[in-house]
Design a protein around this ligand. Structure first.
Ligand SMILES: [Zn+2]
Ligand SMILES: [Zn+2]
Length: 153
């Protein structure tokens, strides 16, 4: 099975991620609490002091856009793909066609530049789904959408 890096040009986009839900999914996939992240970014001078947890929640709910400084601060705490976040933000602003949504695992939000690694092996795409092999076993079967036939995995 090709790794997701090799299969980067294929996607199905069955989950509509937003910039906020992407950040939230990456955070929770790495099993980090809001509290933990808020405490870690406290050392970054550009991140607002006041009530960081509520403010992070607002970012994850797409109520507040994440600034470049915030994105840098968050990236020092957990792994996500900045180009995916930029793409999702451009789509949210209506500056990019949603058809160009990057392929993102619907469970852990990994992507080709930011794959999961298990036992030093990178994950791969489950054929025809926005799902990576690292999440395959824990994921509920995709009931509402039939896997696309003939999709390149
Ligand atoms: Zn995954
Ligand atoms: Zn993965």
């Amino acid at each position: 099975m090709p790794t997701i890096a090799k299969a980067r040009t294929s996607w199905t986009a069955t989950v509509k991620f937003t910039p906020g839900s992407y950040i939230k999914t990456r955070r929770t996939a790495q099993q980090l609490s809001l509290q933990y992240v808020a405490a870690r970014i406290a050392t970054h001078p550009h991140v607002p002091e006041h009530d960081r947890m509520a403010w992070l929640e607002a970012i994850e709910a797409d109520q507040v856009p994440a600034s470049i400084h915030t994105i840098d601060a968050l990236r020092s705490v957990f792994r996500f793909d900045r180009s995916v976040l930029d793409s999702l933000a451009a789509i949210a602003r209506g500056e990019r066609d949603p058809i160009h949504t990057p392929r993102i695992c619907r469970v852990c939000a990994c992507s080709w530049r930011c794959p999961c690694t298990q036992a030093r092996e990178e994950c791969a795409w489950v054929e025809g789904q926005d799902l990576c092999t690292a999440c395959q076993e824990s994921a509920a079967p995709q009931s509402e959408t039939e896997p696309m036939r003939g999709a390149v995995a």
